[in-house]
Design a protein around this ligand. Structure first.
Ligand code: GTP
Ligand code: MG
Length: 483
């Protein structure tokens, strides 16, 4: 499971700057879809083989930013509670403030693993800037960093991640569909889970599921095993009690990460909310297969039906790969069809595509339409193979591929999707350029400094970082670390 790292600190200490750095990954694959507003508080990152989730709590709620009344916002406390690790940012230039002390106190009480990061410390002496923060009584060795320049950031994230195991490959046989039921409170998630399980044989309840507060249930349907992750988390057999459910984006994120397929439940009586789009966008970014269930269809008027369909077309248009089902969990209507789509989405997400066929599809796509030239350069796509599942990834090799426009990538995605009948799952196309000495603009040959360094062992990385720091004092700061 991916660890969730939550960034906390008083306003203006640099949380968002750090967040951007931690989520700006070299292989950010999701082309920005026009109109898909991403919630820039929740993001993915990766160092080497280790992926993680990051949450920026800045601006979660308006805060009283001065005086003794200052308290950490409720949402922030909830995020801390749901975190696997917390990075507490303070400002080296401002020194220890009363707010820092209050936050430190809350964090001590939370019992979560905390990392103290002394920010805005570019070019400063580590020992000197960190000294006064021992006063916070966290009993921690502070990490001295500069979010803006990148100094010390990878050392910090390396330490945070070293407490979590490398992601393990599941055994081929052990694989069966795991799907997460997500959505806002009271849309009917637990009713749906009950409807699905109602007729099926429940093998085990796993109360202590890996996802905090979510319940993992193994069951069989048509003699095939499944695991369902119920994020409502307050389910008792035969009893539906969603009233006390509280919504948590983090919980939803963690469930989506742990699943192969996300089932997003919407209430037909309510308009699509920002939170719905946020979770849907998150599932897309995570590359998860997705099925949408519009629930409570039994109690909506014909006018409302038209209205909600329009609302969906407008606000969730970026889910064009997903199937939409209009269901009644309470009346057990549409459950079978929904289940068919879950299965289909799972199959599509786990598909194995033979290399010759991928290459053939690529060739015919190229025959129909070449990527447009950029000045004198025409990107050359040579061959392709599959680079992963859930989501399926197609890796294309060639020259000058970084000149390919998003619109052409979308054309390729559509072509592959059609050729392999992929419904219900995002599909990704990745490019691997071979360097061409005649390509004047050239492929960016070197990975940016930070990313290269992130793959070194912590000890070597530290040395490397010191060198870098020395160099940087002399050279202009701007040149550094720009993944
Ligand atoms: N010199 C320097 N400035 C920084 C650094 N990190 C952030 N800043 C600056 O500090 C200011 C605040 O940074 P943000 O990242 O917006 O701070 P924040 O904690 O997200 O603020 P809120 O969301 O309002 O709580 C910006 O002007 C940043 O450019 C750093 O490492 N060094
Ligand atoms: Mg911020």
């Amino acid at each position: 499971m991916k660890p969730t790292i939550v960034l906390v600190g008083r306003p203006n200490v640099g949380k968002s700057t750090l967040f951007n750095r931690l989520t700006r990954s070299k292989d950010a694959l999701v082309a920005d879809l026009p109109g898909l507003t991403r919630d820039r508080h929740y993001g993915h990152g990766r160092v080497g083989e280790k992926p993680y989730l990051v949450v920026d709590t800045g601006g979660f709620e308006p805060v009283v930013d001065s005086g003794i009344l200052f308290e950490m916002a409720k949402q922030t406390l909830q995020a801390v509670d749901e975190a696997d690790a917390v990075i507490f940012l303070v400002d080296s230039r401002a020194g220890v403030t009363p707010q820092d002390k209050l936050i430190a106190q809350k964090l001590r009480m939370s019992g979560r693993p905390v990392y103290l990061a002394v920010n805005k410390a570019e070019g400063a002496n580590r020992a000197v800037v960190s000294a006064e923060f021992y006063e916070l009584g966290l009993n921690l060795e502070p990490f001295v960093i500069s979010s803006a320049h990148g100094d010390g950031v990878w050392d910090l994230i390396d330490s945070v991640l070293s407490d979590f195991p490398e992601p393990e490959e599941e055994e081929e046989d052990a694989k069966h569909p795991v799907f997460a039921v997500i959505g806002r409170p009271n849309v009917g998630k637990s009713t749906l889970v009950n409807a699905i399980l109602g007729e099926e044989r429940v093998i085990a309840f796993d109360q202590a599921g890996t996802t905090r507060d979510s319940i993992h249930i193994d069951f069989e349907r048509n003699e095939k095993p499944y695991t369902i992750i119920d994020t409502a988390g307050v389910r008792r057999r035969g009893k539906v009690d969603e009233a006390i459910e509280k919504f948590s984006v983090i919980k939803s994120m963690q469930a989506v990460e742990a699943a192969n397929v996300a089932v997003l439940v919407l209430d037909a009586n309510q308009d699509i909310a920002d939170q719905d789009a946020t979770i849907a966008g998150f599932a897309l970014e995570a590359g998860r297969a997705l099925v949408i269930a519009i629930n409570k269809w039994d109690v909506v008027t014909p006018e409302r039906k038209e209205q909600i369909k329009k609302d969906i077309a407008r606000k969730l248009y970026f889910l064009d790969f997903a199937k939409f089902h209009y269901i009644s969990a309470l009346k057990h209507k549409g459950i079978d069809d929904l289940f068919d789509s879950i299965n289909q989405a799972y199959q599509a997400a786990m598909i194995k595509m033979p290399t010759p066929k991928i290459t053939r599809v690529l060739q015919s796509a190229l025959e129909r339409q070449q990527p447009p030239r950029v000045g004198p350069i025409r990107p050359k796509l040579r061959y392709a193979h599959q680079g992963g599942v859930n989501p399926p990834i197609i890796v294309i090799h060639g020259n000058a591929l970084h000149h390919i426009k998003d619109s052409y990538t979308r054309y390729l995605v559509q072509t592959f999707r059609k050729a392999f009948h992929l419904e219900g799952t995002p599909l990704r196309v990745q490019y691997k350029s071979t360097e061409n000495p005649f390509d004047q603009e050239g492929t960016p040959a070197k990975a940016p400094t930070t990313l290269r360094r992130a793959k070194l062992s912590p000890r070597i990385a530290k040395k490397e970082e010191k060198k870098q720091l020395k160099r940087k004092v002399k050279v202009s700061a701007k040149k550094n670390i720009k993944p």
